[in-house]
Ligand binder design. Structure first.
Ligand SMILES: CSC[C@H]1O[C@H](OP(=O)(O)O)[C@H](O)[C@@H]1O
Length: 366
């Protein structure tokens, strides 16, 4: 997608052929800051501090983190440390483990002198594959938006989304936003209700930013307003992303997703989850088994914004000493999900539904 009219990706190989460029998403939407990762520690910090975030992008960043490690030291010990160190940065998005397992399988049997080049090549393949995968998610989701548009020709299809499952969460296109972009580009009128998504505000800071950049009509709302708009028949469908889907279709996603699913279920609003194959965890069955990241209390106790002089600052929004908890994700049971939108098609949120699109996984589903 584009930023200020210039085609951009969230992560790229720098012209020097080895360092890795990223958009520092902690500075968006106030300033567009591009950073360079030069060590696996840089990559780990970028993931941990959410300079890069979003399940697919976390995986791609980790893959390049392994490449940076192999460039510095391609030994078995270095590979083992890099894989373990990067894996511990964030626990919920299965794409992190998926990407690191892929790099391990790619590199472990190679002679050390061949590992750096192979790691960079594989990381680039994973990044390019993500772009095409997300584009296909958009093609498959577009049909669902088209169907709703056909019911009320000329009127916008009102779509609510939570957090940022946009191109900023991936390499390009996004998962939940890819159908939206493709519908918009196809001339289908759409309007997006953007959940601010406290406490990290990925909706107000990232989704609103990227939709505005693409010219997609949207309205930012407080998280607590989503159910109200569904009750008042203002929402035609919900599309969210996910960080991990179990073999039976339970969905881990940004905190607050479960509440949106309950409101959608209560109001008969279709609730879709958009995901690539790399976000399915075939090794577990129940959502209760998904590790939920608990982040620092300060993210709840403080907000970041831009001061009149343009400086970005963080301010406290509660009294000193206020105790706070900050689970970063919750789990939506499969029964509340209308369907999954994947790169291979749309399916029921169930084991059978997933296996109908990924029959090769029959042997490894939990
Ligand atoms: C396409 S995955 C997007 C997914 O990741 C976000 O979490 P975070 O911003 O903490 O990485 C959120 O759960 C999105 O739905």
């Amino acid at each position: 997608m584009k930023i200020d009219g210039v085609a951009s990706r969230t992560i790229w190989l720098e012209p020097d052929g080895w360092s890795v460029g990223i958009l520092d998403q902690t500075m968006l939407p106030h300033t567009v800051v591009r950073k360079t990762l030069r060590t696996p520690e840089d990559a780990a910090l970028a993931i941990k501090t959410m300079q890069v975030r979003g399940a697919p992008l976390i995986g791609v960043t980790a893959a390049y983190g392994v490449a940076l490690a192999m460039r510095a030291d391609p030994s078995d010990a270095s590979l083992k440390h890099a894989l373990a160190f990067l894996a511990e940065q964030r626990p919920t998005a299965v794409n992190l483990r998926w990407a690191l397992n892929d790099l391990q399988a790619t590199l472990a049997s190679l002679p050390p002198k061949s590992r750096a080049a192979a790691a960079y090549a594989r990381a680039a393949e994973i990044a390019d594959d993500d772009v095409e995968t997300c584009r296909r998610i958009g093609v498959n989701g577009l049909r669902l938006i088209q169907e709703l548009s056909n019911e009320r020709p000329g009127e916008p299809v009102n779509i609510l989304t939570h957090c940022n499952a946009g191109w900023l969460a991936c390499v390009d296109w996004g998962t939940a936003t890819s159908p939206i972009y493709q519908a918009h580009d196809a001339g289908i009128p759409v309007h997006v209700w953007v959940d601010e998504t406290r406490p990290r505000c990925q909706g107000s800071a990232l989704t609103a930013f990227e939709l505005a950049q693409h010219g997609v009509p949207y309205t930012l709302i407080a998280d607590n307003a989503g159910g109200h708009f569904m009750q008042r028949d203002c929402v035609d469908m919900v599309i969210v992303g996910t960080d991990r889907v179990t073999a039976c279709g339970d969905v881990a996603n940004k905190i607050g997703t479960y509440l949106k699913a309950l409101a959608a279920h209560d109001n008969g609003v279709p609730f879709y989850v958009a995901l690539p194959y790399s976000t399915i965890d075939w090794s577990i069955e129940r959502g209760a088994d998904i590790p939920i990241e608990e982040r620092g209390a300060d993210e709840v106790l403080r907000v970041q914004g831009r001061l009149p002089d343009g400086a970005v600052a963080s301010v406290a929004i509660s009294a000193d000493g206020t105790p706070a908890r900050n689970p970063a994700f919750d789990v939506t049971p499969a029964k509340l999900v209308t369907a999954f939108i994947t790169e291979r098609g749309v399916c029921e949120a169930s084991r059978d539904g997933l296996l109908s699109l990924y029959p090769e996984k029959k042997s490894c589903a939990a």
